[in-house]
Design a binder for this molecule. Structure first.
Ligand code: NI
Length: 177
């Protein structure tokens, strides 16, 4: 089932999400399936449960190719619950991000270049990965949603924030949020 994606301004996007305590349940399977369906329908690279109004520490991300990020490398399809992120260096990269909760806009956002993320999947199996580049960026963006943080608050220079159709006129508008 495709859910409505909440948009910036909705107070539910600003909450601190609760940890998931029960794994491998029918309710959780349904939620994860709905999130993948909702993300795919919106051409998203990731989705956090708070974006559909579910206040749990649950994010999904991953894709082989994504029209919204045509130059991005593959990121494995991942379901991550109760995540903990640890930067592995002080290095920070800036790159353009969008968000399904902030449709039609992009901003230049600083993120840790390299990090470890740990958590569990929907069955309770441990996930622990060291990643960099776009993979690291997507994880940080999605996990920010669990702390009520939308990417515009991380933009350092607001002159680097604008409408996708103006910033990137070559992008297919039908494939952008
Ligand atoms: Ni987002």
């Amino acid at each position: 089932m495709i859910h409505e994606i909440l948009k910036m301004g909705d107070a539910r996007l600003l909450r601190i999400a609760e940890p998931v305590s029960q794994f491998n349940t029918p309710e959780l399977s349904k939620l994860v399936a709905d999130m993948f369906e909702t993300m795919a329908a919106a051409n998203g690279a990731g989705l956090a449960a708070p974006q559909i109004g579910v206040n749990l520490q649950l994010v999904i991300f991953g894709f082989k190719s994504n029209p919204r990020y045509p130059d991005a490398p593959n990121v494995p399809e991942t379901v991550l619950l109760n995540p903990v992120l640890t930067p592995l260096s002080e290095e920070v990269d800036e790159a353009w991000e969008g968000c399904l909760s902030v449709p039609g806009l992009r901003g230049l956002v600083p993120r840790w270049s390299k990090l470890r993320y740990e958590g569990v999947d929907q069955f309770g199996a441990v996930i622990s990965r060291e990643v960099d580049g776009f993979h690291a960026r997507v994880v940080q963006h999605e996990c920010d949603h669990l702390n009520g943080i939308l990417y515009p608050v991380r933009i350092r220079d607001l002159s680097q924030f604008g409408y996708t159709e103006v910033l990137f006129p070559e992008m297919d508008p039908n494939q952008d949020d």
